[in-house]
Design a protein around this ligand. Sequence first.
Ligand SMILES: *Cc1c(COP(=O)(O)O)cnc(C)c1O
Length: 239
Amino acid sequence: MTDRKTELAANLANVEQRITAACAAAGREREEVTLIVVTKTYPASDVRILSELGVRHVAENRDQDAAPKAAACADLPLKWHFVGQLQTNKVRSVVGYADFVQSIDRARLVTALSKEAGRAGREVGCLIQVALDAGESGRGERGGVAPGGVEELAGLVAGSPGLRLDGLMTVAPLTGEYAGREQAAFGRLMDLSTDLRRAHPAATMVSAGMSADLEQAVAAGATHVRVGTAVLGVRPRLG
Ligand SMILES: *Cc1c(COP(=O)(O)O)cnc(C)c1O
């Protein structure tokens, strides 16, 4: 194995152990939680190694970086998740490789995604990004729609050709009532998921938890954790 492969294998094993322990502590089966490795700022060669090590879900947050990386890895059995704030002028490109867009936060984005998915003949799995720092209405500092806006946006996704409503996503907020209270934040996301599934039973994905707080997310009931730093290392630049 190359040095990098050895390093990534060790980091992955460590993250796997953390997820397994968190599942055990919460009385959940390991299979209930899917690991998504966030490969932003890291090269396609790392994505290739991760694939060799058994990773099947990767995430990116900037189309400029993600599009060439996904193209370079098109031969790999990977699902690509887009998790960043998404401008409508990038939608056509993102639809070309993304199996999931986790950062749905406004109607205009839904309309654009539906149009481009139809054009490309693809189906895109959609997660509504919930901003828990936005109060009941408005938008969050790091993207996302306030809890009060989830239902309407979900209905719009569900009624849009080419899109599939898969669930909810959040990033633990740094400000507001949930700052420093990750488990409470993820618990709130779970409550919103319960509400959502009354109208949309198939929208079962709950994407929460990153390197620093995956245990709290698993404890709250997350189905997907998005882990970057703990697998790939501290990013060389903000991203
Ligand atoms: C970067 C990022 C992650 C991963 O964060 P780490 O702290 O590196 O694990 C997860 N979710 C989103 C939306 C991100 O942008």
